[in-house]
Design a protein around this ligand. Structure first.
Ligand code: NAD
Ligand code: DAU
Length: 367
C-alpha cells in the first residue's frame, strides 16, 4: 500500500461528480486555477434543483480545452461506463448527492438512489478500469457520526450513528467506498467535513437563506431553541483540504475536516443580521434581529457537531485560513454582489435556462 511519501498523484482526466452544486463548483474553480493541476476536468451532474451550470459559466468559457461538462445521472450505470472510457478517466472526486437534511425527512427516496446506488455505480465503474485507475476520493460529512453533547469532538474513529435519512445514506456510501478498497483494492480516500458556507450555496441552507431573507425583510426561521451547534468551514478552505488529501493522503484512509468555528444557530443568525445592518442598513433603520422567529424544531435534530481535524493537520499540514467572522462577511458581500445569480435562483428562471440549454438529453457545452 502506498503512503503519502511514496505517492505522487498526477491525474490526467479527473471526473468530478456534482460539480454544478455548491462545493463542487467551488472545487472546480479552485482546482483549475491551481498550478499543481494541469489535467482535464470532466464534470458530470444531473442538474437537480441544486445544480446550476451558471455557477461555472466563466470556467466553461476560459478553460474550454480543460473543462468538459456532461449532464449525467450517476444512477445511470451505462452512461457512467461510457463517460469513463470516452474520457479515459483516471481519478474521481465524488461530490454528487442529495444534500439537504430537511428534504431527506420529507422525501428520502432520492437520497437512497443518488447517495447509495449512485455511489455504488461509480465504484463499480472505477473498479472496472483496473490499473488505469489512480484514485476515488469520496466527499462525506460529519453527520455520519451523529450528535455530540456539550463536550467532545468527532474523530476518525468515532462510531457511526447517523440520525437522519440524509446522514444514513451518506454513512452507507462511506461504507461502500471503504469496502471497495478493502475487498477489491480500489485506491480510495474519504473526507468527512463539517458545515460549509460561502459563494454559490443554494439558499435552502441556514446561512444563505438567512442572508437573502434578511435582505428582503422576511422572517428568519430558527429551529427549536436555536442552541444547536455547527462547526462552520469556509468553502475555499474545504477545497484546499480536499485537494491536499487527493494529492498526498494515504490510500484507504479517512480524514476529518473542520473549521474550528463552533457556533450556535442563534448566534450565527444574529451575526448575519449585525453584519448586514452594518454594510447595508435597513430602510427603516431598525436592526434585522427583529426578523428572527423561533419555529418548530427539525425532527431528530442533531444537537452539536464539532470536528477534531488533528490527523489532517499533523499528517498533511492542513488548517483552515478563514475565521468565521471574516468568512461570513465575505459571503454576505458575495451575495450582495450577485444580484443576477440570486434573481435567477429566486424566480426559478435558472431552471428554465437549464431546460432550454440542456433539455432532457445528455448534453455537453464544450465537446
Ligand atoms: P449541493 O446540493 O449544493 O450539490 C449537489 C450536486 O449534486 C448538485 O449539482 C446536483 O445537481 C448533483 N446531483 C444530485 N443528484 C445527482 C445524481 N443522481 N447524479 C449526478 N449529479 C447529481 O451539495 P453540496 O452542499 O455542494 O454538497 C456536496 C457534497 O459534499 C455532498 O456529497 C455532501 O454530502 C457533502 N458535504 C456537504 C457539506 C455542506 O455543508 N454543504 C458538508 C460536508 C459534506
Ligand atoms: O455538517 C455537514 C452538513 O451540513 C452537510 O453534510 C449537509 O449536506 C449540509 O446541508 C449541512 O447540514 P445541516 O442540517 O447542518 O445544515 P442546514 O444549513 O440545513 O442547517 C444548519 C443548522 O441550522 C441546523 O442546526 C438546522 C438549523 N436551521 C436550518 C434552516 C434551513 C434553522 O434553524 N433554520 C433554518 O431555516
Amino acid at each position: 500500500m502506498k503512503t503519502k511519501k511514496e505517492r505522487k498523484a498526477e491525474f490526467k482526466n479527473l471526473l468530478i461528480t456534482g460539480g454544478c452544486g455548491f462545493i463542487g463548483s467551488n472545487f472546480i474553480r479552485y482546482l483549475i486555477n491551481n498550478r499543481d493541476f494541469s489535467g482535464r476536468i470532466i464534470n458530470i451532474d444531473k442538474l437537480t434543483y441544486a445544480g446550476n451550470p451558471e455557477n461555472l459559466t466563466d470556467i466553461a468559457v476560459n478553460f474550454a480545452s480543460r473543462y468538459i461538462f456532461k449532464k449525467v445521472d450517476i444512477c445511470h450505470a451505462a452512461k457512467l461506463k461510457d463517460i469513463f472510457s470516452r474520457y479515459d478517466v483516471d481519478a474521481v472526486c465524488h461530490f454528487a448527492a442529495e444534500s439537504h437534511v430537511d428534504r431527506s425527512i420529507k422525501a428520502p427516496g432520492n437520497f437512497i438512489q443518488t447517495n447509495i446506488v449512485g455511489t455504488f455505480n461509480l465504484l463499480e465503474t472505477a473498479k472496472a478500469r483496473k490499473d488505469k485507475f489512480k484514485l476515488f476520493h469520496h466527499i462525506s460529512t460529519d453527520e455520519v457520526y451523529g450528535s455530540l453533547d456539550a463536550r467532545g469532538l468527532f474523530r476518525e474513529d468515532t462510531p457511526y450513528r447517523p440520525n437522519s435519512p440524509y446522514s444514513a445514506s451518506k454513512a452507507a456510501s462511506d461504507y461502500l467506498v471503504r469496502a471497495y478498497h478493502k475487498t477489491f483494492g480500489l485506491p480510495v480516500t474519504i473526507s468527512n467535513c463539517s458545515n460549509n458556507y460561502g459563494p454559490y450555496q443554494f439558499p435552502e441552507k441556514l446561512i444563505p437563506l438567512s442572508i437573502l431573507n434578511a435582505l428582503e425583510g422576511k422572517k428568519l426561521p430558527v429551529y427549536g431553541d436555536g442552541k444547536n451547534i455547527r462547526d462552520w468551514l469556509y468553502v475555499e478552505d474545504h477545497c484546499e483540504a480536499i485537494w491536499t488529501i487527493m494529492k498526498s493522503g494515504t490510500i484507504g484512509e479517512t480524514y476529518n475536516i473542520g473549521g474550528n468555528a463552533e457556533m450556535t444557530n442563534i448566534s450565527t443568525v444574529r451575526m448575519i443580521c449585525d453584519i448586514l445592518d452594518d454594510i447595508k442598513p435597513a430602510k427603516d433603520g431598525k436592526s434585522r434581529r427583529r426578523l428572527i422567529t423561533f419555529v418548530q424544531d427539525r425532527p431528530g435534530h442533531d444537537r452539536r457537531y464539532a470536528i477534531d481535524f488533528s490527523k489532517l493537520k499533523k499528517e498533511l499540514d492542513w488548517s483552515p485560513h478563514e475565521s468565521f467572522q471574516s468568512g461570513l462577511r465575505k459571503t454576505i458581500l458575495w451575495y450582495l454582489s450577485q444580484k443576477k445569480w440570486v434573481k435567477n435562483i429566486k424566480t426559478g428562471s435558472y431552471r428554465k435556462w437549464i431546460k432550454e440549454q440542456y433539455g432532457s438529453q445528455q448534453c455537453s457545452r464544450n465537446q
